[in-house]
Ligand binder design. Structure first.
Ligand SMILES: Nc1nc2c(c(=O)[nH]1)N[C@H]1C(S)=C(S)[C@@H](COP(=O)(O)O)O[C@H]1N2
Ligand SMILES: [Mo]
Length: 314
């Protein structure tokens, strides 16, 4: 299976950070992530450990959001529009067997099961700052692999300029589909170069465990320099296209949600400011934080948008 199994069989989230510290001291390349002080979690988690994943240098020198907050304050409208709905109503989601279908501009259409996929690519842990368009943020230790690798494997043709992602839409498993809050299935998209950027992750876990359903099990997208809604959950289809996909949020309200949706404190949402954000779990008296261009990842990604008017292409 995956390379270099690590002593990562430790269960309680309470000692999670301690483990990371030990790994760092062992010289396993964990940088900057010693964000001590995340509170112990009262929740059990999925209980399914992911083993053999590599800690990486992608760490934020910031306190991790607690497991409880990450898994009970969610947006996953297929299970309802309240923040607690996904945790309460995603219990029926069946995440195995799970097949990803690849179609469109590629050498040949393909399908692969999610377990086979996880065997193909070594898993990494990456701590990313996440910023929702609703002006709140979290710091999440994801486990996954770069989308770049999956794209290489899928062998798109030169026609592929965009990648379109499609979530599962099964009313038997997803009670939120009864309401037409969005044009189901949830779809998202990236430009090919965004999709192939090394920061763009396909996540299968968090806090060292298999993703809970409410966070997009069994596999979801994570694009840390874009607003959270680009991080489409429970993906069943990936389509390579020569034209820009029209995403669910663009269909719902194209004046408020553009294709790019890069985190940009200088471009307000028409109904609220994007200049600051509230860190989830910060407590009543914690000051709002200044939102950073590209959510703090400008050094890595700003060059993708050279010469583009980011007020126009919001
Ligand atoms: N299929 C699907 N994916 C989705 C959503 C959704 O409603 N359906 N919500 C998005 C939004 S708005 C956010 S902020 C993130 C939240 O991810 P999290 O709950 O794991 O923090 O998921 C995104 N992915
Ligand atoms: Mo969001």
């Amino acid at each position: 299976m995956r390379k270099s199994p690590l002593p990562s069989e430790i269960t309680p989230h309470a000692i999670y950070l301690e483990r990371r510290k030990i790994l760092a001291q062992m010289g396993l390349g964990l940088a900057g992530a010693l964000s001590a002080g995340a509170a112990p979690s009262a929740l059990a988690g999925t209980g399914q450990k992911l083993t053999g994943y590599h800690p990486t240098a992608y760490g934020q020198d910031e306190k991790l959001t607690t497991y409880d907050n990450i898994t009970t304050y969610n947006n996953f409208y297929e299970f309802g529009t309240d923040k607690e709905d996904p945790a309460s109503h995603s219990g029926l989601l069946k995440t195995r067997p799970w097949t990803l279908t690849f179609e469109g501009a590629l050498k040949r259409p393909r399908q692969i099961g999610v377990d086979d996929l996880m065997r193909l690519f070594p898993l990494e842990e990456r701590i990313y700052r996440m910023r929702c368009v609703e002006a709140w943020s979290m710091v999440i230790p994801w486990v996954g692999f770069p989308l770049q690798k999956l794209i290489q494997w899928a062998e798109p043709t030169a026609q592929a300029k965009y990648v379109e992602f499609v979530s599962l839409a099964d009313p038997a498993q997803m009670p939120g589909l009864r309401r037409a809050v969005l044009d189901w299935p949830y779809t998202e998209g990236l430009r090919m170069d965004e999709a192939q950027h090394p920061l763009t992750l396909m996540a299968v876990g968090l806090y060292g465990e298999v993703l809970p359903n409410q966070n997009g099990a069994p596999i979801r997208l994570v694009v840390p320099w874009k607003y959270g809604f680009k991080g489409i959950k429970s993906i069943v289809k990936i389509r390579f296209r020569d034209t820009m996909p029209v995403t669910s949020w663009m269909k719902a309200n194209s004046a408020e949600y553009g294709f790019y949706s890069n985190v940009n404190p200088a471009v307000d949402h028409p109904r609220w400011s994007q200049a600051t954000e509230r860190r989830i779990g910060g407590g009543l008296f914690e000051a709002r934080r200044k939102t950073l261009p590209f959510n703090g990842y400008a050094e890595e990604v700003a060059s993708l948008y050279n010469g583009m008017d980011l007020k126009k292409y919001f």
